[in-house]
Structure formats: structure tokens, C-alpha cells
Design a protein around this ligand. Structure first.
Ligand code: ZN
Length: 150
């Protein structure tokens, strides 16, 4: 458990960025699968993630409690306005938690929790700021989610 830093109950962990990784996922590949493969191959144990690009189709999740997400299917092609998240260790495996915002031809934006089924369109350009110290997650019985141990 991290140090309590504020009256609102915020907890924190601080440290340094050790390296930066920029990687492009190729058209036709599943984004979440590609990101998880990337962090396992590079042995990333903590990082913050940001990405832009496009998808040919997407599935995002809306949290409905007890560790479950209601899936929302979005037909593409769609622009990735923003994809951001983090990398930590979940059950000793590098794990990506990310959210994604996607815009259509009218400029309307939809988004949610990044689920399997988001397929890279023209490109997917990801930047990872890798942390020196690892981050871990533990199952929280109240939400059914693996939350950061800070
Ligand atoms: Zn999420």
C-alpha cells in the first residue's frame, strides 16, 4: 500500500522513467493482443501508454460492476482520437489497462475500456514511458477488478 498523500484519500508511488519505447502495430492486428505481446516481449513491468492511429472496427467496454464490462461494438473505419493507459504486473504477468476514444466521419466520439476486437486500421502508433520500478495489481473484492497496489 502506498503513502496516503491527501485528505481525499489519494495514494501514490513516485519514481523515474527509465526508457521510452515507440512501436507501431500493423494493420489487421488486434490492438490489445498486440500491446500485451509487446510488453511481455520487452519485459515491461510498469509504464504509461499513449497511442493514436485508426481502427477498422472496435469493441469497447462499459464497466457494469463485479469485474464485468458490457461490450459495445463500433463499426469502422474510425479515427483513434486518444488511447491511453498503463502497464503493470497482474498475477506476475505484464498487463495493459487502456481506454480508447474513437471518432467517426461526423466527428462524433465514442469510447470505453479497450477490449479484444479493436483491429488496427491504417496504423497504430504507441509510446510507452517505462518506469524504473514495477507496479502491481491485486484483486479488489468490492469492484471485482485488479486495482493498482499504491
Ligand atoms: Zn478500464
Amino acid at each position: 500500500m502506498g503513502e496516503i498523500v491527501a485528505d481525499y484519500g489519494g495514494t501514490m508511488k513516485s519514481g523515474r522513467v527509465s526508457s521510452v519505447i515507440v512501436e507501431r502495430l500493423q494493420s489487421g492486428h488486434d490492438i490489445l493482443e498486440g500491446l500485451n505481446e509487446l510488453v511481455r516481449r520487452r519485459h515491461v513491468t510498469a509504464a504509461d501508454l499513449s497511442a493514436i492511429g485508426a481502427v477498422s472496427n472496435a469493441v469497447v467496454g462499459y464497466f457494469i460492476g463485479q469485474g464485468r464490462y458490457s461490450p459495445i461494438t463500433l463499426d469502422g473505419p474510425l479515427e483513434i482520437v486518444s488511447c491511453m493507459g498503463n502497464v503493470s504486473l497482474k498475477e506476475n504477468q505484464p498487463f495493459v489497462h487502456a481506454h480508447i476514444s474513437l471518432s467517426n466521419a461526423e466527428g462524433s466520439v465514442y469510447g470505453g475500456h479497450l477490449l479484444p476486437g479493436c483491429t488496427v486500421g491504417a496504423t497504430f502508433e504507441a509510446t510507452l514511458h517505462v518506469h524504473e520500478e514495477k507496479l502491481t495489481r491485486t484483486l479488489d473484492p468490492n469492484t471485482g477488478l485488479f486495482l493498482l497496489d499504491i
